[in-house]
Ligand binder design. Sequence first.
Ligand code: HEM
Length: 502
Amino acid sequence: RQLVLPRKFNSPPEVFHWLPFIGSAIAYGDNPLQFYFDCQQKYGDVFTFVLFGRRITVALGAQGNNFILGGKSTVFNAEDAYRHLTTPVFGRDVIYDVPNEVLMEQKKFIKVGLSADNLRSYVGMIEEEVNEFIKRDPNFSLYQENDNKKWGSFDVVTALSEITILTASRTLQGKEVRDHLDKSFADLYADLDGGFTPINLMFPNLPFESSRRRDLAQNTMSNFYVDIIKKRRASGNNREPDMIAALIEQQYRNGRALSDREIAHLMIALLMAGQHTSTATGSWTILHLAANPDVAEALYKEQVERFMGPDGKMRSPTYEDIRSLPVLDSVIRETLRMHPPIHSIMRYVREDVAIPATLSAPSEDSVYVIPKGNYVFACPAVSQTDPKIWKNSDKWEPYRWSDQEGVAAQAYKAYLNENGEKIDYGFGAVSKGTESPYQPFGAGKHRCIGEQFAYLQLGTIISTLVRAMELKIAKVPDHNYHTLIVMPKEPRIIHYRRRRLD
Ligand code: HEM
């Protein structure tokens, strides 16, 4: 058969809007998922919309994800899309403030700090932090009162955000950060975080008061880390099982070691990358468990069966345990399916690029072309909740993951790399994971590096909470899309009761 090459180039369909510069900002900003689903109905998987003067082409579905996340960084570029948001927060010379090849080297360095040995040493520390937190936090007063009859209540996001920063600093960030997690660090963190919002992403050059505070906080925090690194170097002891210890040892391919400032900025980047994503995922998980007591009981039973000793006391889980608890694993996977914390993954288009006809084309003899200067957005949340792919797509059903032949298990398999590993940020290679409809940690070159740490941290936090308390809520709240990371809307008050007295 003769190969017929397309002769005509068209622009992807454009979403209708009344207001020239603002475009679809209101519909997109309020509920991007609804906006994507509505546009998909009208225009198909590929369309362009205007967002505060920027032209954004969206490619939906597993093929759309694959097209964008599997793309080359010379065509779909992450640093051009994120730099103006992340550099003022993380600091210079790291992540998106450097060319893609340098980021890939930095990810390799980070991976050393996330070694299995380090992760193995974290489980006990995380468990201890969670237990100590509930024993002292005023919202968990029933633990101080030693009462296991009454029901108390707590705001899930407030509790999980404290638990997340306590556990991340005790482990990855290192003991100096944990020791300083007092008022001054909390204020610095809050100011830095105040400059890490959708407004900063959209209007990086406007002189907001929050941007001034962010810049001051960045400077102080950067010095705080540099000070820790200098003291560590001076002590001659670099054996802590944490990220600073790993980064101090690393060298770029040209033989240059990381500077103290680069290490400091990578540490801030990791703090920011993990904090909201894990807080959100932990909060959604606890909300669903509270709304589905049967699943919470199955999770508790799994803990009892695996860890209860003849003396009636539960032993601590190990790293290997946390990786092999099917109910716990399914609960986290399902939560990430319905609530991936990042709703739009962004790239800047550096070169004109044709959309594969199999994804979307105006006719047999023409293709769509995305012009240089546009942005492209991938949205795995759409394929993760597409009713054509997932049965009861809008229902939280963790048991869908235990059917080995089912859609979920297949999607998960397709998300692993060739070696069956979860983490794949393929240096140059396009990972197999870009073809899956399930991609809560992204895919391809920029795939999340914190996935294993996040699973370990969340798994241990959730196990510890479920061992300690029963949970109750009438309804899981809707999504709040006004923050950079998708959070549950208020009110999100969980009722709890102590399971046992110590
Ligand atoms: C990248 C999700 C936790 C570090 C990403 C991306 C996603 C993601 C979707 C891809 C962004 C893109 O392609 O533009 C998540 C989720 C988490 C989580 C759902 C928790 C449930 C963490 C943690 C860390 C981390 C704990 C650090 C310890 C990073 C880094 C990148 C990244 C450094 C940038 C990679 C790059 O651009 O190449 N994450 N993340 N993440 N994540 Fe995570």
